[in-house]
Ligand binder design. Structure first.
Ligand code: NZQ
Ligand code: ZN
Length: 383
């Protein structure tokens, strides 16, 4: 196992009815900017719950943060927060609203163009932030990362700094009942792939991380379909929600190699084609596993045996079965695994390769063995 530091200061406030906790968790006297997305919180009653809990606080609002939050939109919130001297941010919504709010938090005090935060500049300050998470998927409620898009240049980049860990996150499974099936499927697939990006690499003598990871995968396999079938099954839903949080809060990734190339390719498919984040992952991951099957051989065999119970056949057959079952799981959740399912072709492949090369990202992957030829092979299989 590699050396590591495990640091996660986010207080997770979990369970039905917990939005009321905002009243005591938000510092008295704070000037709060509440951020949200396109209106789901007004349709499902979350907005009222939050406003009630915040009676007695000074609260400004900024709505309209879009899925795959845009720098252009977020800069309007930065201007508002600066002019109103806001000193606490509360994101109410899905990963996009929270990621956007992390960017706002770091951008408020940033000298220069805040887009530089996405291209490597380290922000020195951030306005404290917290969240009410309404979509289990990204793990953003308990991590220090955010992914921001820029419309004008068609770029989608991530940044991470401990400054933007939420002070606390309220996660009430009941407020996710209003999610449409597409977002439940997205949530399960995103969380599943988060685990695989950190687990399906090569053995690192880290059985605790492996078994935590396998526990999350098994739970998602169990409760994902139940959540789709019965959207108001609280037990299934609460375990799905907690799985998503635990999949990307830092715990399972310590001391082990990580991949993240499915995500990197997926971000390009989102910005170039407008696919949902998890829709891209369902398309890319099975193909990346196939192209990287030699490189990931030992962990693919372990994954096949422990998650899918595959014990029969040659190594090559067992690996193939594990990948086939993964693809079938995504499809059974309602996420297609080919671009053609969305009537998309191969017209963006050259551009994606050009971007990877232009950013000096190749070769990439946990062993730095995913080169241009393999990237092209993965993309060709995504058709
Ligand atoms: O905008 P509103 O009206 O709120 O509607 C949203 C949006 O249309 C809706 N929604 C959210 N909660 C709901 C609800 N609808 C009904 N009931 C509810 N309770 O769902 C739609 C999608 O929301 P969005 O926030 O975009 O989805 P998600 O949470 O999947 O976030 C995706 C973004 O997170 C990034 C992705 O790249 C993408 O930009 N990621 C962030 C990560 C992180 N911070 O660590 C890691 C991930 O890998 C990912 O890259
Ligand atoms: Zn993801």
């Amino acid at each position: 196992m590699k050396n590591f530091v495990l640091y996660n200061p986010t207080k997770l406030i979990f369970g039905a009815g917990q939005i009321a906790a905002l009243a005591r968790e938000i510092p008295q006297g704070a000037k709060v900017l509440m951020t949200y997305g396109g209106g789901s919180i007004k349709a499902n009653g979350v907005y009222e719950q939050v406003k009630k809990a915040l009676e007695g606080h000074t609260v400004l609002e900024f709505g309209g943060i879009e899925p795959n939050p845009c720098y252009e939109t977020l800069m309007n919130a930065v201007a508002l927060a600066r002019s109103e001297k806001v000193d606490f941010l509360l994101a109410v919504g899905g990963g996009s609203t929270l990621d956007g709010t992390k960017f706002i938090s770091a951008a408020i005090g940033f000298e220069g163009d805040p887009w530089e935060i996405l291209t490597g500049a380290r922000p020195k300050t951030a306005v404290p932030l917290a969240s009410v998470m309404t979509l289990p998927a990204t793990g953003s409620e308990m991590n220090s990362g955010a992914v921001i898009s820029r419309k004008s240049t068609l770029e989608k980049f991530a940044f991470s700094t401990p400054l933007v860990f939420p002070r606390f996150s309220v996660v009430d499974p009941e407020v996710t009942y209003s999610l449409p099936p597409r977002q439940i499927a997205n949530g399960v697939v995103d969380a599943f792939v988060h685990v695989l990006e950190q687990y399906l690499t090569y053995p690192a003598d880290a059985p605790i991380q492996d078994r935590f990871a396998e526990g999350i995968l098994q739970t998602l396999l169990e409760v994902g379909p139940r959540t789709l079938a019965d959207p108001k099954d609280y037990n299934a839903r609460s375990n799905m929600v907690f799985s998503a949080t635990m999949a990307l809060n830092g715990l399972i990734g310590v001391g082990v190699p990580q991949d993240w190339m499915t995500h990197m390719i997926g971000h390009e498919l989102t910005i170039l084609h407008g696919l949902d984040h998890a829709q891209t992952l369902a398309i890319v991951l099975p193909n990346l596993l196939w192209v990287q099957r030699e490189s990931k051989r030992e962990k693919l065999l372990q994954y096949g045996e422990r998650i899918w119970g595959i014990r029969e056949g040659s190594e090559a057959q067992r690996i193939e079965q594990a990948i086939i079952k993964t693809r079938a799981f995504f499809e059974s959740m309602g996420n297609p695994t080919h671009l053609s399912d969305y009537s998309l072709g191969d017209d963006c492949f050259d551009e994606i390769v050009r971007r990877f090369k232009g950013r000096n990202m190749l070769p990439c992957g946990e062993k730095r063995d995913l080169d241009e030829a393999k990237l092209r092979q993965i993309l060709a299989m995504c058709r």
